[in-house]
Design a protein around this ligand. Structure first.
Ligand code: E4P
Length: 264
């Protein structure tokens, strides 16, 4: 399992040394206000004052933070296209290409970034086109097996099936206080996708996302990748700094190995 940090916080990434990191607009905004990016929000306000559109400013901010992140993680930085465009294929394509071009201007190649697109029909069809252009996609906001299969068949590089948002929705709509891990509908959804992909030979990488608890991460230990917030990484790290999450047999693993040998 490749451990991914679900944050744009440079300090947290230095501390936990994940392979990859994932961002979204709210994580970018949080990160841009941290010390590691001092002055960036001021610069962004300047861009707005000089007449740049809000969309352009968001893109520039996203790529500025993303570029810094590529200097710290050895692997991929996931960068999200504004989810409000998720039902407009042409707009998604334009924004994905624009973000890629901005990264290239900063000296960051396509091989370091994944463009996050929501798992709508339009998002998946945009990914089909972008993948052919060498722009690798992370299909996000993915809540079921059907979306996962469609993304894999379109040739998406990676999918991010969500856990917590499914669990949250079930809790709210059924009035359930909490789910035991074995009955957690968010966990079950990712397990179903994982087993289907592995038994059908899909190459698309599965990265569990949207975790609410360490127990949810442990339940999916053994998934291809897991993107985990700094808070949960902190909860999962042992005193010796290692992430001692044992592979879970429900993910088809029977070993006593932990999800990573990396130092945390
Ligand atoms: C990661 O790629 C997602 O953006 C993130 O895990 C979403 O988590 P949330 O449901 O807490 O917003």
């Amino acid at each position: 399992t490749v451990v991914v940090a679900d944050t744009g916080d440079i300090e947290a990434i230095r501390k936990y040394q994940p392979q990859d990191c994932t961002t979204n607009p709210s994580l970018i905004l949080k990160a841009a206000q941290l010390e590691g990016y001092s002055g960036l929000m001021g610069e962004a306000r300047g861009w707005l004052k000089s007449g740049e559109s809000v969309d352009d400013v968001i893109d520039k901010l996203t790529v500025r933070v993303g570029t810094e992140l590529t200097k710290i993680v050895p692997g991929n930085v996931s960068t999200e296209v504004d989810a409000r465009l998720s039902f407009d294929q042409d707009a998604l394509l334009a924004r994905a290409r624009h973000l890629t071009a901005l990264y290239e201007e900063n000296g960051v190649g396509k091989d370091r970034i994944l463009i996050k697109l929501a798992a709508t029909w339009e998002g998946i069809e945009a990914a089909r086109i972008l993948e052919k252009e060498g722009i690798r996609c992370n299909i996000t906001l993915l809540f079921n097996l059907e979306q996962a299969i469609a993304a894999a068949q379109a040739g998406a590089y990676l999918i991010s099936p969500f856990v917590g948002r499914i669990t949250d929705w079930y809790k709210k709509s059924t009035g359930t206080q909490d789910y035991a891990v074995d009955e957690d509908p968010g966990i079950q959804s990712v397990q179903e996708i994982y087993h289907h992909f592995k038994s059908h030979g899909y190459e698309t990488i599965i990265m569990g996302a949207s975790f609410r608890s360490a127990a949810q991460v442990e339940a999916l230990a053994g998934c291809d990748r897991l993107t985990i917030s700094p808070q949960l990484l902190g909860e999962l790290a042992a005193d010796n700094g290692k992430l001692e999450v044992k592979l879970n047999e429900k993910m088809g693993h029977e070993t006593e190995d932990t999800i990573t040998e990396a130092q945390f």
